[in-house]
Design a protein. Structure first.
Length: 246
């Protein structure tokens, strides 16, 4: 019997990124309210990362406690700030949210090899260099042959996801690479979840609640005007998410 009281595991959690450019309570509340009303059930209790990477230089100061409170009034749940400038460190720490560096998580630095002992004058100097090469590991596509039911989540880590069956409403499929659905896509599909802007989503019938590529998403109300209930692909170009019929 395991005597431990808990176990830590890695996981994938879907979170909305809110890119903040400027802030005033009235304007922010109006804009956020309009967005949430498009899909109230989707945004309810949704984790949010507030990105400050594109914050305008003349937008400060900002009452971040008020900003977080306003997000919560609309059902969102802020969990972290991303890409904050150093001068905002103290103000953001006071909110109690996590601070995430800009961009992807950095790799740990390789320790430098210990310095070689100084050779005697009569001995030739020997220089030893350590070369570390990053090797990409190819992973085969993850293939799902059964329907994905409401409430289920399927994640293809480091590869493409191929679903040979329908994806129900309330289900969620995620992949670091492309997503292929050979059936109706009615749930949420998120491709390139680790930032791959080349990732795409392909499906035989687009009926999704949400589609996303590298964090850029569209909701069902927008999709219904594009390629609804038709074979379609979703891709990112010039920081804009496009939906096109196949």
């Amino acid at each position: 019997m395991n005597q431990l009281s808990f176990q830590l595991k890695g996981s994938v959690v879907t979170a909305i990124v809110l890119e903040l450019y400027r802030y005033s309570r009235a304007q922010f509340g109006e804009d956020l309210g309009a967005k949430v009303r498009q899909a109230p059930m989707f945004f309810h209790q949704t984790p949010v990362v507030i990105s400050l990477e594109k914050l305008e230089s003349d937008a400060l100061p900002i009452d971040f406690v008020e900003l977080i409170s306003l997000c919560r009034e609309f059902g969102l749940r802020p969990m972290a700030f991303k890409g904050a400038p150093p001068e905002l460190g103290d103000a953001l720490e006071a909110t109690g949210l996590v601070l995430i560096p800009a961009g992807q998580a950095g790799r740990a630095a390789m320790p430098e090899p210990p310095a070689a002992p100084v050779a005697a004058a009569s001995e030739p100097e020997v220089v030893v260099r350590t070369v570390v090469e990053e090797k990409l590991v190819h992973r085969p596509s993850k293939i799902i042959t059964r329907p994905i039911r409401s409430g289920q989540q399927v994640y293809a880590e480091g590869c493409d996801l191929i679903v040979m069956a329908p994806v129900s409403e309330g289900a969620e499929i995620l992949a670091d690479g492309h997503i292929h659905v050979y059936g109706a896509l009615r749930g949420r599909a998120l491709a390139g979840v680790r930032g791959d802007v080349q990732a795409r989503i392909f499906c035989q019938s687009l009926e999704a609640e949400l589609v996303s590529v590298a964090g850029n998403f569209k909701l069902s109300d927008s999709l219904q005007e594009l390629a609804w209930k038709a074979p379609a692909q979703v891709y990112l170009q010039d920081d804009t998410l496009h939906v096109a019929a196949l």
